[in-house]
Every structure is written in structure tokens, then in C-alpha cells.
Design a protein around this ligand. Sequence first.
Ligand code: KE4
Length: 448
Amino acid sequence: MNGKDGNKHKTTVMTYPRSQNLFDRAKKHIPGGVNSPARAFKAVGGTPLFMTRAEGAYLFDEDGNKLIDYIGSWGPMILGHAYPAVVDAVRKAATASTSFGTPTQLEIQMAERVCGMVPGLDKVRMTNSGTEACMSVIRVARGYTGRDKIIKFEGCYHGHGDSFLIKAGSGALTLGHPSSPGVTAGTAKDTLTADFNDLESVERLLQENKGDVAAVITEPVAGNMGCVPPKDGFLPGLRKLCDEHGALLIFDEVMTGFRIARGGAVERYGVQPDLMAYGKVIGAGMPVGAFGGSAEVMGVVAPDGPVYQAGTLSGNPVAMSAGLALLTELDEHPEIYGDLEKRSAALEEGMAEVFERHGVTVARNRTGSMLGFFFCEGPVHSFDDVSRTDTEFFARFFHGMLEEGVYLPPSAYEAWFVSHAHDDQVIADTVAAADRVLDKMNKSRSAR
Ligand code: KE4
């Protein structure tokens, strides 16, 4: 199994014969056998598992394994997989046709729901992915300000749009190409990169590019270099710097939106960006993104204004039905966030205790139900800190957990997600699995 995909880790991995056969077949007609590189297990070695279904906190793979899921489709599954209200909504919507290409009442209901949940969100436009939302939101910022440059942060990921594949996180970082070939120098010159949690690095770029910076875009909680929350003062500091320099502040809430609070980071941190981007939870697992902001800034978006942005399937009725069903549950039952907080804290503390007991050096970060562990000395506040994590150890830990029936994100540079379906027993089973894995790892190390 090892080496088949040229993985660099000497990790003993379980065999998953059906997934292996499917992966071999997939690679014939799909680049790398996957429709998104983050799924390819490149960072951890071995065979990506092919799933047949999922329910609540569990995935079920082609080889009959039942796995506790900490990816949750990379964020959308905040109430667990196959949530009945979402499934019923999709079934019902699909029988009325899967798309019309005309306006529908569903889109109004979605816009009203989202604008009601997020402070300062007056107008919102639906897209088909988080990438589209982020691409659109910087075009709006450039159109509104008449300026060309944007500032992003090293290790943050805003999708695969050309302007963002500069020192990007997530799969780009995992695969070792944070700045991707195929992005032209002309595009790259307009993307400046600062250091997350370092206001001075932002101020320096704003000073050096006085009057040229349209926007600063950030993940308010970085989730694509592992989980790295903002230091106290960082987000308010960005707001202040943007105001001083006439740049717009953009929160990329594709991951944090509706997850770390009902109103996302805007609510949790009380900092008002000019524009926001959404994805993941907003679509409940269907392909949905969105961007929005004040009526003033969004007034430049076509057909009201000159900044063009479009999409055949934007606001798709089936996708809107799914997202609306999920957001309505979250909006009408805010106690869910308290549950998520408690269970995620229990997971964090339980894992920390197990790592400690097995003498594993680990730094941990958590914001609400997104969290991460770094196998290095803490604290971890920046991309440089993240770069110290032991990815080899992570790969071994990942496969050990997989063998114990726990599916972690297959990269040290991804956040773990807890859903409302992760009850106390699921959390306890996860911690117990980690205890067994670390026992085995210690034994195999002492046996060498
Ligand atoms: P999508 O185009 O993948 O829907 O969204 C891009 C995106 C934008 N902004 C943030 C903060 C994001 O986290 C993402 C996508 N996240 C990754 C997981 N870390 C997607 C996984 C994948 O690429 O398969």
C-alpha cells in the first residue's frame, strides 16, 4: 500500500481493498482520482476512502467501515449528516424541477434569513461555491474603490481563484504549492500577503501601497492552516487600518459563517467588515456560496451597478431549500451553539489530556466547533508557528485513528469540525481511540 501514491511517510496503513480498486479506477479519468485535491490523502499517504453514505456523526465507506467523522464535508454538516429536515427539503424541491433559471421565492427567503442572522448584512448574492463568493467579493471591492490591490494572509485560503493562490492554505499548502503555477505575474502582483495576527505587517503593506489597496481579506478564524484564531485586537486592528487607508475589510466566512456563532465571526467578535463571503454551512452540503455586505457597497453589483457577477445555478432551488432548512434550524434553535461549544471543549480537553499522558508535545487551538492540534510547542498564532508542526507524526496519528474508526482531516493544515450529532458518547469514543493509538505508537517506537 505504501509508496503506491509516492507518499513520503513510512506509515503502516490498513488495507481498504474496495476503496483502493475504486481509487485506481478513478485515476484513469479524474486528475489524481479526486475532484478536489484535499481529499487525496497526499499529505498522509495511503488510499483515500470512498464513502457510500453518512448519517449523524458517522461515515460509512465502501469497505464497510463505520467512522466517526471530523471533516463534516469540510464544514457544512454542522447538524450531522443526512439531517432529516435537510433531506426532506431536498426531496420536495427536486420534484418541482431542479432548476428554473428564473427568480424564485426561495431565494428571497434565503436572503431574508441570512441577512436576519448576520449583523450589517443588508444585501447578499448567491453563488455556487465559496471560491466564487470570494472571487466575487474582491471584484466588488475593486469596483467600489477603483483600486487594484488586495492584501491576504499567508496560510489563509479563499478558494482556488487566481488572486488567492498566492501563499494559500488548505490543499495548496498541503500539496506544497501555496503559490500555484498558472497564475500570471499580472494577477499575482495585485495580491499582497501579510502575516496572520501581525497588524504591523498589514500596516507596512498599506503604507507601501498607499491608495492602491482595495481590500484586506481574511479568514476571521484561520481554518486552512489548521485552526488559528485571531489574537485579541487583531480583527479590530484590521478594521481600524482599513478605515485609515480607505480599504474595505472583507471577512471570508466560508468556514466560520453560521458555525462559530449564529451570525458567524461578525457576531462572535463584534467587528463589522464591509463585505463577507459564505459557503459550506449556508448550503448544508449542496453547492452554495454567497457574498454580501452593506447596501452601499453592494450597490455596485450588476444589474444595479456596473460590477458584473453571475451564475446559471446561483440560487438554485434545490440548494436553497437545503440551505434554508439548515439555517432555519440554527436560527430558531440558538441553544445549538451552546451544545457545540460544550462538546467541542470536551473533545479538546479530552484529547489534550491523552496527548499529555502519552508525553506528546502538542499545541491546541479552538474556536467554537472548529479546532486543531499541532504537534509542536505552542502557542500557534501564525503561519510560521504552524510550519513547526510535525507532519510525519500527524500522518502516523491520522492512520492510527483511521484504524480505530475515527476519520480526521487528512492533513495537518486542516481544521477539525464537531457537529451537533457528536454527542458525549462520540466524543468519549474519539478520546478513547486516541489513547489506544498513542499507546500503539509509543510501543512501536520503543520496539525499534
Ligand atoms: P469552495 O470553493 O471549496 O466551496 O470554498 C473555498 C473556500 C473559501 N474560503 C475558505 C475559508 C475555505 O475554507 C474554503 C474551502 N475550504 C477547503 C477546506 N479547508 C475546501 C476543501 C477542498 O478544497 O476540497
